[in-house]
Write a protein that binds this ligand. Structure first.
Ligand code: DGJ
Length: 719
């Protein structure tokens, strides 16, 4: 998979359909010669090297440097900016050596893809600027059968004094312009991951987060695509960062019509001090190239993350169908109420009760008590052990909600330790949802949070934890860091979070962890290293979920997407949708319920066992299969359609949501994808059969459905 050709001094990283080719130029720079469709033969050295002797600055601004440090004439975005002892930010990185090894190294304290000596290979290339005392080791890994390149960089101080890293990207990529567009996932609370596209013109186009979380507003993902890319056609370079904090991802068209794209930690609010002999490790970034549109890119990300990122023992297992009491009761519940929900849930085949926010301290609303992780005995007499035993006796598992990183000013914890909250000395910190963030980079604070989680989880038979995080960071300052190292805080916060989730999982190895941040505010590849599923959005309306879920499915496996059937009118937007449609949309995520099952109509309640039967029947296919986008409501404003196909072509489950009914349309015909063209497929529950090529090239006809927000599931099986 990885090859070095000594005569030409070129590195080739070959995946099934792509090649990433770098070369060491005569002057010792590492440059990218090609990234795209696979090439088997050695590439010639580019001619621009000759320019360097006569006009170094023009050369520096033209050559496609693999990892450019600033200050020596490359005026495009630098991958690395280091401020050395003399205050300059100048470094020129040239090749020192390289090594190719089997396997995939772990990254210290950071999430990382994993692989074995038989399915992964890693190339490390060392570059150095001796004058500046900066050594950079670039890591590249590839996995058998997967069209992705995994990259990260280590920056080492080989000088005599400390330096500050002011900018350090995980990936920098040079592309020859092809009239590219930039695709991003943007939104807000309750409107996460809307797919947006715009032309890449001169200047910067990109996304970032300064909120301390990857955020609902923008996401650490960009795709550089050819103009008008579709799900099946066009070129795509997708860049995704395995990181849950501040990030930046951008693309810039330069004077020669070349594009430089980058992804990494946001340099704003970042300044990391590195002592001689120490090094800094960037998060990992994944790049996926597809010459067959966005769909092939999605499937590569899904396979990569399912096989080489998500470590949970639940990754490839059916998760219990849960019922969460948040939208059922909000803060107004007690043991009796929860048991009445659990009792009814058990009758319908639901397998786990999740008790959400409001069970601790004097948490009767969202103005107080975060940090006081002691059971509220007024609500839950007999505590967790009594409640959990009773729930278990009904045949249900039990799960719980916590928001470990937070404290409310109105809490015993804050009264005892006001200095534990993140704030700048002498300034009043801004509240969000009446809460502050704990400085978990401080050891005693970290220990308190960890011990709180440990105490709760070990106090009863708790099998699932929803780890929430409901406000961004602001007024950032840490008492644990000196003034000249405050720029390290945001990154250290993320490292402390990762360390805490790692410690919890080590202690509770069978725990099913679901991350959440006001919905999808931290639904990113970094968190997937710790939790196999993430609550995708506080918007539980099946129709708005179509867009949100399409955005998530663009990069993340369906098995990771927290999705529930909720009550109507929807609490977020008041929309009324059929129970069946709500079930069909949630089925393609982790699946569960978020409603008061004792209060919904008998007619709706009667549908639950049937929905759960669908879940049991199709979950393996949905969890492990290949996802195909067939039509997009966010583009056509009428209907949505997608499928999940078995990898061996034996079956395919199509979901069709007719969002708006239209008169005299006579239904809609949709072309399927990914089937065996010569196989005959039978539509389950009918006598209809179609050949794969007919379904893909002519299409399947969905008859007209009257009324808005209607849905159908169609299951095709090879005969
Ligand atoms: C935000 C989450 O996204 C919700 O599901 C719920 O858990 C609330 N927090 C509780 O405060």
């Amino acid at each position: 998979m990885i090859r070095y050709d000594e005569p030409s001094r070129t590195f080739s990283l070959n995946t099934p359909n792509t090649s990433y080719v770098m070369g060491i130029t005569d002057s010792g720079y590492l440059c990218l010669y090609h990234y795209g469709r696979r090439v088997e033969h050695i590439l010639p050295h580019p001619s621009w090297d000759e320019l360097r002797t006569r006009d170094k600055l023009s050369y520096m601004d033209l050559a496609p440097f693999e990892y450019s440090a600033g200050g020596v004439g490359d005026y495009r975005p630098a991958a690395l900016l280091v401020e050395t002892l003399d205050g300059s930010q100048v470094a020129e990185l040239t090749y020192v050596n390289h090594a190719i090894s089997k396997g995939k190294p772990k990254l210290k304290d950071l999430p990382a893809t994993f692989g074995s000596d038989t399915d992964a290979e890693t190339l490390s290339i060392t570059l150095e600027d001796k004058t500046a005392g900066v050594k950079v080791t670039l890591l590249y890994s590839v996995f058998e059968g997967i069209d992705a390149i995994i990259r990260s960089a280590q920056v080492e101080n080989t000088g005599n004094g400390r330096f500050f890293i002011c900018k350090v990207m995980s990936t920098s990529l040079n592309l020859v312009n092809n009239d590219y567009e930039l695709l991003t996932l943007s939104g807000s609370w309750g409107r996460e991951k809307n797919i947006e596209s715009r032309p890449i013109g001169r200047g910067f186009q990109g996304v970032s987060s300064k909120r301390g979380i990857s955020s609902a507003q923008e996401h650490p993902f960009i795709a550089v695509t050819t103009k008008g890319v579709t799900d099946t056609e066009g070129e795509v370079y997708g860049l995704n960062l395995l990181y849950s904090g501040n990030f930046r991802a951008l693309a810039k068209l330069d004077q020669f019509d070349h594009v430089r794209a980058e992804i990494g930690i946001d340099p704003e609010n970042f300044r990391f001090s590195v002592e001689p002999g120490e090094s800094f490790q960037t998060p990992e970034a994944v790049t996926v190239y597809s010459s067959k549109g966005l769909g092939a890119m999605s499937r590569t990300f899904h396979d990569l993350y399912r096989q080489h990122l998500i470590r949970s023992p639940y990754t490839h297992k059916k998760r219990p169908v849960l019922i969460n009491n948040w939208e059922a009761t909000y803060f107004d519940f007690n043991t009796d109420k929860l048991l009445s929900i659990a009792k009814e849930a058990a009758k319908s085949g639901i397998e786990m009760l999740v008790m959400d926010d409001g069970w601790f301290g004097d948490r009767f609303d969202d103005n107080r008590a975060l940090g006081d992780w002691k059971v509220n005995e007024e609500k839950l007499p007999g505590g967790l052990s009594y409640l959990v035993k009773e729930v278990n006796a009904l045949g249900l598992k039990f799960g719980i909600w916590m928001e470990p990183e937070m404290v409310c000013p109105d809490s015993d914890l804050y009264r005892a330790h006001p200095d534990w909250a993140i704030k700048v000395p002498g300034r009043e910190p801004g509240l969000a949802r009446n809460q502050l963030v704990l400085d978990i980079t401080r050891e005693e604070v970290w220990q308190y949070c960890f011990e709180s989680i440990k105490n709760v989880l070990s106090s009863a038979n708790i099998e699932y934890l929803k780890w929430d995080m409901n406000r961004p960071l602001a007024d950032v300052h840490s008492m644990a860091l000196p003034a000249d190292r405050q720029g390290e805080f945001f990154h250290r916060y993320v490292l402390s979070l990762y360390r805490m989730q790692e410690a919890v999982l080590k202690e509770f190895q069978d725990l099913l962890l679901e991350n959440c941040s006001s919905g999808g505010g931290r639904y990113d590849a970094g968190m997937l290293y710790y939790s196999p599923q993430v609550w995708a959005s506080d918007d539980t309306d099946a129709i708005e979920r179509l867009k949100i879920q399409e955005g998530n499915m663009l990069i993340y496996p369906l098995s990771t997407m927290g999705a529930h059937v909720s009550d109507c009118p929807n609490h977020g937007n008041g929309r009324i949708t059929p129970f069946e449609t709500r079930g069909h949309v949630a089925l393609f995520g982790t699946f569960g319920y978020e409603l008061d099952i004792t209060k919904i109509s008998e007619e709706e309640r009667a549908q639950i066992p049937g929905q759960i039967a669908l879940y049991h029947k199709y979950n393996e296919l949905i969890r492990e299969g290949d996802y195909y986008r067939l039509a997009s409501f966010s583009k056509n404003n009428e209907f949505d359609c997608w499928s999940v196909n078995a990898k061996d072509g034996s079956e395919c489950l199509v979901a069709y949501v007719s969002v708006f009914a239209r008169m005299n349309m006579k239904g809609r015909t949709v072309k399927l994808q990914g089937l065996d063209p010569d196989a005959l497929y039978k539509v389950e529950g009918t006598d209809e059969t179609y050949y794969g090529d007919v379904l893909m090239n002519v299409g399947y006809h969905f008859p007209e459905i009257r009324g808005d927000f209607q849905s159908r599931l169609v299951h095709f099986c090879r005969v």
